[in-house]
Design a protein around this ligand. Sequence first.
Ligand SMILES: *Cc1c(COP(=O)(O)O)cnc(C)c1O
Length: 374
Amino acid sequence: MKKIQMVDVVSQYDKHSHEISQRIFKVLKSGCYIKGKEVDNFEKKLSKYMGSKHTISCANGTDALQIALMSLNLSVGDEVIVPGFTFVSTVEAVCLLGLKPVFLDIHLDTFLLNENLIEQSISEKTRAIIPVHLFGQCCNMKIIKSIADKYNLFIIEDAAQSIGSSINEPNSMHKRFSGTIGDIGTTSFYPSKNLGCFGDGGAIFTDNDVLSEKMRLIANHGQKEKYTHEIVGLNSRLDALQACILSYKLSFLDECNEKRNMIAQYYNSALDSVSWLRKPVNSIHSNHIYHQYSILLDSTIIRDDFQKYLLENGIPSMIYYPIPLHKQKAYTKYSNTVLPVSEMVSHNIISLPIHPEMEMDQMEFICDKIQKYS
Ligand SMILES: *Cc1c(COP(=O)(O)O)cnc(C)c1O
């Protein structure tokens, strides 16, 4: 059996090394390394895939969130609703701009922002909601959208972990992808993401022409033409090497997401008999692309011991996320917030290896070892 990896970016590269090397070589010979044709082509390709009118590439997923927030003309002290259980980027962008994060709790079964808590936390300073489509499935966007419409709030979807997932709309003619439902959607191409490059990268989606234009300016020093700066901006660009790799990898993203789904189904059935863990629940509002396969251990299991046991058997695992954001040192200002589900989940969650390169014998081995743990 091949060594089990949490994420196997090297095996994926090996499988496609010939194609990728050729593309990289072409870019190297072109002399055009930042933005340019490769980046334009990738943005067009991604817009087409997503069904988004505009795609603006940028340097990473954290910048994507910051650029999105910067485009909305918010004022210092304005409030932005965020889940307490997510990767730090979501909140970093809010705080860096002097905005105030309002942390909300999550659903216990799906780990997603609990939309039922939104309305009661809206104040006259609330301007935006950032639903995070955590671990690969979408929040309840129908409800979130209706609340945003009612109170005139912006929605920025954090789709860093969910590229290629879509919401369930039984009567809809076409798929609506995560990241294209709110005013703005953002994603990340960090290597371990479902669509990952060989460095940093990110993108922003919108159907709004005005916001698109503004975000394009912000991401490139606030300039429309070289050396004329209309607004204060950032240097946040995708480079041509990453774009050529991403263009290629986008062509088999769906296939990779299906493979992840198949592995998750295998885990689901093999772990069905294990009474001391809770399998991840697929929301009825979304399909799932399993960026992570995260289980909840019940209180009889000591997580450290379980993780050590897995590791002794050559099985890596990760804790996403061990501390909810309102309990982090950087955000002590908000430590009085009470988010019982986020706190409990942080204490009991553990993510198992899942990636498109996993092999059947590895999956069998992992489940066998888990079944034998007591
Ligand atoms: C990875 C991630 C980001 C940030 O992406 P980077 O490209 O690493 O900056 C933002 N939000 C979530 C939920 C993420 O998982």
